[in-house]
Design a protein around this ligand. Structure first.
Ligand code: AMP
Length: 281
């Protein structure tokens, strides 16, 4: 580590901290409770940029009323240690009051790509995401921003928003980091019971089976969805919310796979909702 990591909370502190950083500036927005997936984004930013800023903010506006905002896992001390090890220059931990002060009333809505899949199951989720990412981009003014393919629709929505609103930020989407047994790393994996944790790699297994079918020539989207569904249905602890075979940019469901395609799913294990995906190209 070359220098002391700067830790800021208020917008004024952020401004003063950013003034000390060189450009190009890489930015990684997170909700904290960091794992190797988050760290991979910070390391990629470290490789490609002169300075790296990370935000940690559990954004209340992207949680639905029955979701896990209050119990979302947090461990700031550990997060800061991991970011220091990744040679991050600045960490911004705004409070909800900093981000949404009394009288707040402005929202950013990406119309179409926000609607299916996660958007259909979590109404208002992407409006919260795009609004907070807009605020983070405006405050940090990064050269490049790094997102994970783990949240594939989020990446597509943010790419669309960045183009549509002329944000002068380059969006980079990085590969999914997985546990050795294939489970995609997620802050929410800590909610899984030992039994559920043992069963959870079924998401990745079902994706690999559909990917193999595709590689063996299958182009029927419904066939690929059925391949994933039948493997997930064979796991008694898994409750499928959706499986999808969609255009990777628009997220519209396909009949036949021709161009860039996203296989994705949301699956409940008890109250814990896991998502995963693979890209076919
Ligand atoms: P979150 O803290 O869940 O909002 O995630 C912050 C960023 O990390 C998002 O861009 C996620 O897509 C990304 N991310 C989360 N999990 C992973 C993972 N397993 N591999 C790669 N990126 C991830």
């Amino acid at each position: 580590m070359s220098r002391q990591m700067i830790l800021v909370t208020t917008l004024e502190e952020l401004k003063a901290g950013l003034a000390l950083l060189e450009h190009p500036l890489g930015f990684v927005p997170t909700m904290g409770y960091l794992h190797d997936g988050h760290v991979s984004l910070a390391r990629r930013a470290r490789e490609e940029c002169k300075a790296v800023a990370v935000s940690i903010f559990v954004n209340p506006t992207q949680f639905g009323p029955n979701e896990d905002l209050a119990k979302y896992p947090r461990d700031l001390e550990r997060d800061l240690r991991l970011l220091e090890e990744a040679d991050v220059d600045l960490v911004w931990t705004p409070t909800p009051e900093d981000m949404y002060p009394q009288g707040y009333q402005t929202w950013v809505d990406v119309a179409e790509v926000s609607l299916p899949l996660e958007g259909a199951q979590r109404p208002g989720h992407f409006r919260g995401v795009t609004t907070v990412v807009t605020k983070l981009f405006n405050a940090v003014q990064p050269t490049r921003a790094y997102f994970g393919q783990k949240d594939a629709q989020q990446a597509a929505v943010i790419r669309r928003m960045t183009r549509d609103l002329n944000f002068p930020v380059e969006i980079l989407v990085c590969p999914i980091v997985r546990e050795p047994d294939g489970l995609a790393m997620s802050s929410r994996n800590v909610y899984l019971s030992p039994e559920q944790r043992r069963a959870a790699p079924v998401l990745h297994r079902s994706l690999l089976a559909a990917q193999a079918a595709y590689q063996n020539g299958e182009r029927g989207a419904e066939k690929l969805r059925q391949t994933m569904k039948s493997i997930l249905d064979a796991e008694p602890l898994a409750q499928v919310q959706y499986v999808s075979c969609a255009d990777s940019e628009t997220l519209q469901e396909l009949d036949h796979v021709t161009g860039k395609t996203l296989l994705s799913m949301a699956v409940f294990f008890g109250k814990t909702r896991l998502i995963d995906n693979v890209l076919l190209s």
